[in-house]
Design a protein around this ligand. Structure first.
Ligand code: AMP
Length: 404
């Protein structure tokens, strides 16, 4: 059986999935696993296609001290115990920089170019590249593909791509890239199957998870996003503030005496829903809490989604559909109901029964715009790109393929 391995490596976990390649290039998810607690309490957990448990084992901290060590353990488990020898590996890589508008087959030159982008995503890019490098060293002939969170947004025009700062900085790479691109690409490819007449029109997609952003789609292409140079901008998130006056950063440095790395940690780990509520970064806990600050955090989240919907509708010069996706968007009927209330002036009207059932279409039949819930699948997107690069030698234009 030919298989594709998909790897999503972060600072303390390596998530992986295995897909079998079926007839006509169809992909079937066979295994979902992860090693988390890297450097603290490492644990390998994996389940099969039907959710049946395949592994749950703890490792001593010194056996899994970093991401490459975790990749080695996952690889050995797959090879030695499950006899899985993938024909290719697809990786999630957060930053592709200005030049990558599609996935790319990896070689040493590509790794060197992606390495230069570490400064643009210091908390993610090094961890994404670590397993690529270790597989390249151990299995030099195994094809590897890098799939970027930024690539889908490379269709942005200059107005969406620039900040009002001197050109030299834009040339250096200080641009509004946008992120969550693999998720938006999946939605853009799925919409034609769900609502063919809508898919070609003006759609806002809200990816509401522990990271959160929104994307304006026109004819299935990204024209604007709430995220910019880094994944800090736009909507408030679990631990990130979203849009913030840069003067606040200056204040933290000049008045609070914070160093650059202190500010970085603060912005990535201590703000957002966690900072504002002082209770939790987890929407389920905030939803259940009676603490007024938890309520403020949830209200702020909803309010900012509404504001950003207005901004993206302006970019699109109108709105024909709204889509919810990711952890909160797919699961929280309460948050969805409150967001749709914010969309009333844009023509959104909720069907509370369909919403409580997590149905695909949750707007009333007389709603001017349909509102959908579409579960995202970034890993399937990576597996499809990897197979496509393997079969064609180059990626077909990612915006012209469709999810089957
Ligand atoms: P993700 O990053 O896409 O995995 O999403 C994680 C976020 O989804 C966390 O904030 C969770 O609290 C939130 N989430 C998952 N299920 C629910 C639910 N039923 N209600 C509210 N939030 C949820």
């Amino acid at each position: 059986m030919d298989t594709i391995l998909v790897v999503n490596a972060g600072s303390s976990s390596v998530k992986f999935q295995v897909y079998s390649v079926e007839g006509e290039g169809r992909l079937q998810r066979q295994i979902r696993g992860q090693i988390d607690g890297i450097g603290s309490r490492p644990r390998l957990r994996a389940s099969g296609a039907n959710g049946d448990p395949l592994a749950d084992r703890a490792y001593p901290i010194e056996a899994v001290s970093d991401v490459p060590a975790a990749m080695t353990i996952a690889g050995e488990w797959l090879r030695n115990e499950l006899r899985i020898h993938p024909i290719a590996v697809g990786h999630r890589v957060v930053h592709g920089g200005p030049e990558h508008d599609r996935p790319v087959l990896i070689d040493h030159g590509v790794v060197a170019r992606l390495e230069r982008l570490v400064a643009l995503a210091p908390l993610h890019q090094p961890h994404n590249l670590a397993p690529i490098r270790s597989i390249l060293a151990g299995f030099p002939s195994l094809p590897q593909v890098a799939c970027f969170d930024t690539a889908f947004h490379r269709t942005h025009g200059p107005l969406a791509d620039h900040y009002a700062i001197p050109h030299q900085l834009h040339a250096e790479g200080v641009r509004r890239y946008g992120f969550h691109g693999l998720s938006y690409e999946y939605i853009a490819k799925t919409l034609p199957h769900i609502a063919p007449d809508i898919a070609k029109r003006r759609v806002i997609v809200a990816h509401l998870g522990s990271g959160a952003s929104m994307c304006a789609l026109k004819d299935g292409q990204s024209v604007e996003s709430t995220m910019g140079f880094t994944a800090l901008d736009g909507l408030p998130m679990g631990t990130r503030p979203g849009q913030l006056d840069p003067g606040v950063v200056l204040y933290l440095i000049s008045e609070r005496g914070m160093s650059a790395s202190n500010v970085q940690n603060f912005l990535y780990r201590d703000c957002g829903l966690k900072g504002l509520s002082g209770v939790s970064n987890d929407m389920r806990e905030l939803d259940a809490s009676a603490d007024p600050k938890a309520k403020l955090a949830v209200d702020y989240f909803i309010y900012r989604i509404g504001l950003n919907a207005g901004m993206l509708a302006a970019a699109l010069q109108g709105l024909d559909a709204f889509v919810f996706t990711a952890g909160i968007g797919e699961n929280s009927a309460n948050i969805r109901a409150r967001v749709v209330e914010q969309l009333g002036w844009l023509g959104g009207a909720l069907d509370p029964i369909e919403n409580s059932r997590n149905s695909r279409l949750i707007s009333r039949s007389d709603s001017r715009i349909p509102v959908y819930v579409v579960p995202t699948d970034e890993e399937l997107m990576i597996a499809q790109h990897t197979l496509s690069l393997l079969m064609n030698g180059q990626s077909t234009n990612p915006r012209q393929e469709r999810v089957s």
